[in-house]
Design a protein around this ligand. Structure first.
Ligand SMILES: NC(=O)c1ccc[n+]([C@@H]2O[C@H](COP(=O)([O-])OP(=O)(O)OC[C@H]3O[C@@H](n4cnc5c(N)ncnc54)[C@H](O)[C@@H]3O)[C@@H](O)[C@H]2O)c1
Ligand SMILES: [Zn+2]
Ligand SMILES: [Zn+2]
Length: 404
């Protein structure tokens, strides 16, 4: 079969690799109908992880079951499924408590496994024609409808970034009436904004510098903040204090709450310096989050931070160590959540929200391509080119001008 293979920094190619096969009685084989390219893939693509060349990429996968192992009872050939990016056994101590992101069985080296990702076990990714799904009963979410129907792209986003955006909102304790600031208007940030609105947030601010992405944030009802125009924390406070409906509801002393109750980092360790976007400086973003969060608020750090970063600017960064305003966080009494999303905790209910017509996360999808265009799409997505906010690979599409 054909698959997208990582060859080294800045290089992927579409190669012929062996077809996957059923290796265990609990396996399921899926013919891929759609696979997403994710911001997380770019960390590997750029050589900013400990990955070795040869990884078959892709952790955002869906398709149709082609074959099931002899122990699989509840699923069968022809079922349409989406696959949460975490590979989980479903029964260990952590899976049993809903933390499929920290499964104790599926990865010998650490808690938690995934498809096509360094450090996440020996599993191939699904930017390919076929995918082996281990512990198939635990790792397939069944879908209604037919491949390629009008909900295909919405359902694909259940593999990672819709639940991830939702989990960010959960960690930041977004509830009806809350105020939210989200740094990063990539797919994750935009779906964190969308999820915040589904959860009833009153005001949602989205910070980035890429115009197309800020426009999308505005289209769904968020307030865009371009960080090139000044410190986002000051801007958000100003906007809130200038709003007579916000200001007019404050008693004396309550201006101390002119920031937001919920803060989300949807960028991670490759965040740009806010004053000099040409260079990386992840803690400049964290400092702004700490400034803008109100006392008693909560932060959801959904952007990735890794224990090893070969491209880190100094020894500390290469070991995943950062200097943070811990004292300010403590004084404000901030609750912080972080880590991989336990996708399955959310994907069933979010699936039903999509099926009922109450959520359409595919508004972020900007391009659909055949497999052979993946190398070009990686390069353009990596440059954050217009039109490349979220790229979906459709292995059954043929190359040519029809792809869009
Ligand atoms: N925790 C999880 O389980 C999980 C799952 C999926 C993705 N992620 C992570 O979420 C992050 C975002 O993913 P994505 O697909 O949206 O990526 P992306 O790279 O497309 O988006 C990141 C956005 O952040 C913007 N940005 C850069 N520096 C900034 C700054 N200082 N302030 C504000 N915005 C800034 C960029 O312009 C870009 O638009 C990545 O780190 C990804 O690895 C985490
Ligand atoms: Zn992803
Ligand atoms: Zn487990």
């Amino acid at each position: 079969m054909r698959a997208v293979v990582w060859k080294g920094p800045g290089k992927v190619s579409v190669d012929q690799v062996d077809d996957p096969r059923i290796e265990s009685a609990t396996d399921v084989l899926v013919r891929i109908s759609t696979a997403g390219i994710c911001g997380s893939d770019l960390h590997m693509y750029e050589g900013r992880t400990a990955a070795e060349p040869g990884v078959v990429m892709g952790h955002e996968n869906m398709g149709v079951i082609e074959e099931v192992g002899s122990a699989v009872r509840q699923l069968g050939k022809g079922d349409r499924v989406v696959l949460p990016f975490n590979i989980a056994c479903g029964t260990c101590f952590n899976c049993s408590r809903g933390y499929t992101s920290a499964c104790l069985v599926t990865n010998d080296e650490a808690a938690g496994a995934a498809y096509g990702y360094v450090g996440m076990g020996p599993y191939r990714g699904g930017q390919a024609e076929l995918l082996r799904v281990p512990w198939g009963e635990a790792n397939c979410i069944k879908l209604p409808g037919k491949p390629g129907d009008e909900l295909e792209d919405d359902f694909l986003l259940l593999s990672d970034i819709f639940p991830t955006g939702y989990h960010a909102a959960e960690m930041a304790r977004v509830q009806p009436g809350t105020t939210v600031a989200i740094f990063g208007a990539g797919p994750v940030g935009l779906l964190a904004a969308y999820s915040s609105m589904l959860r009833g947030a009153a005001e949602v601010y989205v910070v980035d510098s890429v115009e197309e992405r800020l426009e999308r944030a505005q289209q769904i009802g968020a307030i865009p903040i371009d960080f090139r125009q000044g410190a986002p924390a000051d801007r958000i406070r100003e906007l809130r204090l200038q709003n007579p409906l916000v200001r007019g509801a404050m008693r004396k002393g309550e201006e101390k709450m002119a920031g937001v109750m919920c803060g989300i980092d949807a960028v991670g360790y490759q965040a740009r310096d806010l004053d000099d976007p040409g260079r990386e400086h992840p803690t400049s973003l964290t400092e702004q989050l700490v400034e803008v969060i109100n006392p008693t608020g909560a932060l959801g750090i959904i952007g990735v931070f890794l224990p090893e970063d070969p491209g880190g600017k100094d020894k500390a960064a290469r070991q995943g160590e950062y200097t943070l305003p811990w004292g300010k966080l403590w004084s404000k009494g901030i609750q912080i959540g972080m880590g991989q999303t336990p996708v399955k905790r959310y994907s069933l209910l979010l699936r039903d929200l999509i099926a009922a017509g109450r959520a359409r996360p595919s508004f972020i999808v900007s391009r659909r391509i055949p497999l052979q265009e993946a190398p070009d799409a990686y390069a353009r997505f990596d440059r954050r080119e217009p039109g490349y906010t979220k790229v979906l690979i459709k292995p059954q599409l043929q190359a040519g001008p029809a792809a869009s």
